[in-house]
Design a protein around this ligand. Sequence first.
Ligand code: APR
Length: 308
Amino acid sequence: MRSKVSVIGAGFVGSTLAQRLAERDYADVVMFDIVPDMPQGKALDILEAGPVLGYDSLVIGTNDYADTANSDIVVITSGFPRKPGMSRDDLVKKNQEIVAQVTEQVVKHSPNCIIIVVTNPLDAMAQVALKVSGFPRERVIGMAGVLDTARFRTFIAQEVGASVRDVQAYVLGGHGDTMVPLARMCTVAGIPISQLMPADRIEQIVQRTRDGGAEIVKLLKTGSAYFAPSASVLQMVDSILLDKKMIMPCAVSLQGEYGFNDIFVGVPAQLGAKGIEKVIEIELTPEERNALEKSADAVKELIQVMGL
Ligand code: APR
């Protein structure tokens, strides 16, 4: 039997992810949205590409959570973008409401699933999903680090004229201005980037990575990134469904690791069939440690706004 992945929210990220998943041909895909007919239309469109591209994944669009029943993985992308006049705190509360309501329904129909949260502000929304689901932390994972790292790797590869495949990097911390790109551990084919480019260029690339989401928003004018975010979720789904045990930066509810407790922080984690199978603790320099603490403080502030 094929695995089943449900995607909640059939907007830009959700529908692009559904397409990528269908093309993988290893799972049936259900796309849920509150907008009537829209997910059905998008799902049918993706399904009809199957004969051309050669996949047999079933793709279903729905407005009924019953269709998501017994999913192996549920990806939550539903949420509202920030509207003019809306404060960051207003947005947090609005999306908290949505993610809480969605999680409740998801858990009701797929009590054994693994949840991947994509809705922003990411770390705070992952906290909402963990709390409402009552799942162990192994089964509620936030997608941020893979995306931030992909951006970092893109810029490094461009700078040195290397293949992106040769660039290894880590971005830790929260998904926002305070994220912590670990330039010290970034290598191109095993060579530390400090040997390949001057320190000031590295600092510029680190800053561009931190502003990566905003750079896209500015260019798009309406909406935010979705091609790289959906690709990043796909890599996490790959590692879980295929039990690949890949290590990648994910937002994880820490239980003592890195000295944090019950707060989502982006750290390297091993993903396999059970979800988060291991949290990897990297030895940090005092500066990196400091930056990670600042990043966690920013997440804590949002948690307070939400009253969690
Ligand atoms: N239940 C299900 N779906 C909902 C709900 C809800 N309660 N509320 C809103 N949605 C749906 C909307 O109808 C919309 O189709 O969520 C979808 C969001 O899609 P987009 O607005 O296109 O946003 P997108 O670009 O996909 O981003 C989704 O991912 O990267 C983050 O910051 C981004 O939080 C945002 C999320």
